[in-house]
Design a protein around this ligand. Structure first.
Ligand code: SF4
Ligand code: SF4
Length: 81
């Protein structure tokens, strides 16, 4: 199965306080919380393919964890069906 990403994000894992606000805020639902914990002991978001670069995660995160980038051309990823 192919998934298209129109953008991507960076996740500053150590800034995250694990509030999970970003998870439902992501329109294509491509963020999920990690099973690993950061140095402060919090789970943090991880990105799966399909980011649109919309910036909703950046806007909602109280701890400035995200940077958002929009690709000039969409990138296609092959993912397990
Ligand atoms: S909104 Fe920010 S602080 Fe809250 S879980 Fe997401 S990345 Fe972490
Ligand atoms: S930029 Fe938009 S689509 Fe990408 S992870 Fe953040 S909320 Fe989701």
């Amino acid at each position: 199965m192919q998934v298209e990403s129109r953008g991507t994000i960076t996740i500053d894992v150590e800034r995250c306080k694990g509030c999970e606000l970003c998870i439902p805020a992501c329109p294509p639902d491509v963020l999920s919380m990690s099973t690993e914990l950061n140095e402060k002991g919090y789970a943090y978001p991880e990105l799966t393919p399909g980011c649109t670069g919309c910036g909703a995660c950046l806007l909602i995160c109280p701890d400035f964890v995200f940077e958002v980038y929009v690709y000039d051309k969409p990138v296609r990823h092959e993912v397990p069906a």
